[in-house]
Design a protein around this ligand. Structure first.
Ligand SMILES: [Zn+2]
Ligand SMILES: [Zn+2]
Ligand SMILES: [Zn+2]
Length: 56
């Protein structure tokens, strides 16, 4: 049996991260790579992933 990991892009528009659906954070039916993205970067915090500059 093959383990299929589905990858989706984070729903944050500035975010370039791709996250596995099992690890993604779901908020309002959208999938995000991190709490920061899911909360729309309340304090301007980034998602802390390498190469990604999203921070609201
Ligand atoms: Zn990101
Ligand atoms: Zn993100
Ligand atoms: Zn983001």
């Amino acid at each position: 049996m093959e383990a299929t990991v589905e990858m989706v892009k984070c729903a944050c528009s500035d975010c370039v991260c791709v996250v596995g659906t099992v690890k993604a954070i779901e908020r309002d039916g959208r999938l995000y790579c991190s709490d920061a993205c899911a909360d729309h970067h309340p304090e301007g915090a980034g998602c802390h992933h390498a190469g990604c500059e999203c921070h609201g």
